[in-house]
Design a protein around this ligand. Structure first.
Ligand code: NOJ
Ligand code: CA
Length: 654
């Protein structure tokens, strides 16, 4: 992988790397033996000169005293086919330049920085080969800067907090950012561009958060290990890609796929992976009807499971999540998670019987593993736990890591530290070997590795609808497409139609719950309410939940502004139909949806939208269902109530 030309003397260097269409330019500079980069969009500086390099424990920093040994350019053009997701095809077109650097001081250590410049982003990574006196290193700090205009507006959630990624986005100026914040970090520059800083292909390293450094510049802050260092590495080291997504508009940012392009092709045959829609023995626990723990109101009993399987069949939905079936939920499960057993059931749950009944009825069980962050306990059982599911014909797992910290090797570690990252990866790779698909709750953020490991069908990893009942405002789902969802799909636990439930009062209208199936992509998508709500109360609305697919051919973002609204159209991967979803903040909106994205022909539009008097507070059930024939060149005039939203199915007429 590492080819080294003979080292020879060179002085300062400035190298331009242009994107294929020339609109993005990245400049790498070696000046006074120090390295930096900066980025232009249409000749406007969007990232000012920014430092690169590392602080390494017990060693000189790897950032200055450098010479350019040689540089190497490459042009790459490729169309990638994704096995499932929002778009079947994504472009991987870039110009690459690799800079082979060597120290001009005593040690003469060598490393490479590789840049890839896309029409909609810039990415670079560090590559450190093993060298005679440089084999095992410990990263003290990564010095990568992202020198954006301090007056840019940022949408951020804080890092190193007890609830991990599960926070509401806050809008502020970059100079107002305090502490470290998570990526994707989305920003609007004073020159009118939209940027999002993120990373791709995060393996064996701490997750990158971002903070303002002492020079008042945004800098990478790698999630530390409990020993205070950032990562222990055996060289060679290929760092995760540092990624700056670039767009002219907020809505244009939402389909940025550079993160996936930066990841490797699938690590084997994943033709067995199938996206899934499922119901769950789940929301009944949130609204206080059932409990996870055994007892009178235990949710995961054999009887309930069989009833839910029957309901899934009647509802035409393919999967069923069952939480609380295993030993370990008694008492305060958040504190007692160390006792969780993943191969033994509570007395009132017969796994073999439930699994057999599910198989006989063609229903996929989504097995559950709540680790409560006790990784040692989980890893001790991991192989047996997966085998137990496989033996019972279960090929989907929702895993969870509730709790502030993980326990790894007996120590408290951040979920997003190098050790946490490695744990998640272990589960992904073992699951792939066992042909298990994953939906990871309290995960490590998505960095596009599902291109390589397509069995990661989704993650929760953001504040989801479990926070309804007071902690979710209508703007949250209008922030997600521009922020968190740039990191991949999310299990938002959609479709909760019992809006006025006294325990969990939803801050949405009822048709907005349908919109989520389109606006929030997820390879495993939950219709989260209890089956009787769909079967008895909202049969007409449920039709959309049943119809909407979980795998799309193409995604066309239509309109939106961060935190305000978002409208998107997606075409079914396995058919000719299109689906449109839209959500708004507390501000009502009338939108004209231009149907030019449609293919030729006549389509039947089934429209589920807010009534004119709907309101997420006063009248959340106010809605209208209508249908009409439409085609390209026409448009639909749709009203979104405060906290509302709509869903449309456009089915091609033969
Ligand atoms: C906390 C999660 O947020 C929730 O979704 C899950 O059901 C419980 N843990 C139990 O695993
Ligand atoms: Ca959670």
């Amino acid at each position: 992988m590492f080819k080294w030309a003979l080292w020879h003397e060179k002085g300062d260097a400035v190298k331009d790397i242009l994107s294929p269409n020339g609109r993005v330019k990245c400049v790498f500079e070696l000046k006074n033996s120090q390295i930096s980069y900066h980025v232009y969009r249409d000749e406007k500086l969007i990232i000012k000169p920014s430092r690169l390099g590392f602080m390494i424990c017990g060693e000189e920093p790897l950032t200055n005293g450098l010479k350019l040994v040689r540089s190497q350019t490459k042009k790459h053009e490729e169309i990638i086919e994704m096995p499932w997701g929002e778009d079947r095809y994504i472009n991987n077109n870039y110009n690459e330049m690799a800079f082979y650097l060597a120290e001009n001081k005593e040690e003469k250590r060598i490393f490479t920085i590789r840049f890839r410049v896309f029409d909609d982003g810039v990415a670079f990574r560090y590559e450190i080969p093993p060298q005679p006196k440089f084999q095992r290193i410990t990263i003290k700090d990564e010095l990568t800067e992202f020198n954006v205009d301090q007056n840019s507006i940022a949408w951020q959630i804080p890092a190193y907090q007890p609830d991990r990624y599960e926070y509401n986005y806050e809008k502020c100026s970059v100079f107002e950012i305090t502490g470290s914040v998570h990526t994707p970090l989305t920003m609007h520059t004073p020159t009118g561009y939209y940027l999002s800083i993120h990373e791709a292909a995060l393996y064996n390293y701490g997750s990158m958060t971002i903070r303002i450094n002492s020079s008042n510049v945004l800098q990478s802050d790698i999630t530390p290990l409990s020993d205070g260092t950032k990562a222990h590495l055996l060289l060679p080291f290929l760092s995760p890609w540092r990624l700056i997504m670039v767009a002219d508009s907020a809505i244009g940012l939402t389909t940025n796929r550079v993160m996936y392009a930066l990841n490797d092709p699938p690590a084997g045959d994943f033709s067995w992976v199938k996206t899934l829609k499922f119901i769950g023995i789940w929301w009944a626990m949130f609204v206080g009807e059932w409990t996870w723990a055994p007892g009178e109101r235990h949710g995961a009993t054999t009887e309930h499971a069989l009833q839910y399987i029957d309901a899934a069949v009647r509802l035409g939905i393919s999967g069923l999540l069952i939480e609380g079936w295993n030993d370990g939920w008694e008492g305060n499960w958040l504190e007692n998670g160390i006792n969780n057993k993943f191969t033994t059931t509570t007395e009132d749950f017969n796994m073999e019987k439930v699994a057999r009944y599910a198989r006989d009825n063609n229903i996929e069980i989504v097995g559950h593993h709540e680790t409560v962050g006790f990784v040692d306990n989980y890893e001790n059982q991991l192989e047996a736990a997966y085998n137990y599911y496989v033996l019972n014909g279960i090929h989907y797992i929702k895993s969870g890591y509730a709790g502030n910290m993980m326990t790894i090797n007996g120590r408290k570690e951040y979920h997003h530290s190098q050790l946490g990252v490695n744990h998640y990866q272990k589960t992904v790779e073992l699951a792939a070997r066992k042909r298990i698909c994953l939906d990871i709750h309290e995960p490590i953020k998505g960095t596009g590795i599902e291109r390589t490991w397509p069995n990661i069908l989704t993650r929760e990893g953001a504040r989801g609808q479990e926070y309804e009942g007071g902690a979710l405002s209508p703007s949250h789902a209008c922030n997600l497409p521009y922020t968190r969802l740039l990191a991949g799909g999310m299990d938002y636990t959609n479709g909760i139609l019992d809006i006025t439930n006294s325990v969990k009062r939803m801050a949405t209208t009822v048709t907005r719950q349908l919109a989520y199936f389109v606006t929030i992509y997820s390879g495993m998508t939950m219709a989260a309410d209890r089956p009787f709500i769909y079967e008895e109360k909202f049969k007409d609305l449920y039709k959309f939940i049943k119809d909407v697919p979980t795998n799309f051919e193409k995604t066309v973002p239509l309109a939106g502004e961060i935190g305000e609204y978002y409208i998107v159209a997606r075409k079914d991967r396995d058919g000719d139909d299109w689906y449109v979803g839209g959500v708004t903040s507390e501000t009502p909106r009338r939108v004209l949806i231009n149907l030019d994205f449609l293919d030729e022909g006549v389509f039947l539009a089934e429209i589920y939208c807010d009534s004119n008097d709907a309101h997420f507070r006063g009248n959340p059930f106010g809605h209208q269902i209508s249908s009409k024939h439409v085609g390209r060149g026409e448009s639909l005039d749709i009203y979104m109530a405060p906290g509302g939203g709509f869903a449309i199915r456009l089915s091609k007429q033969k």
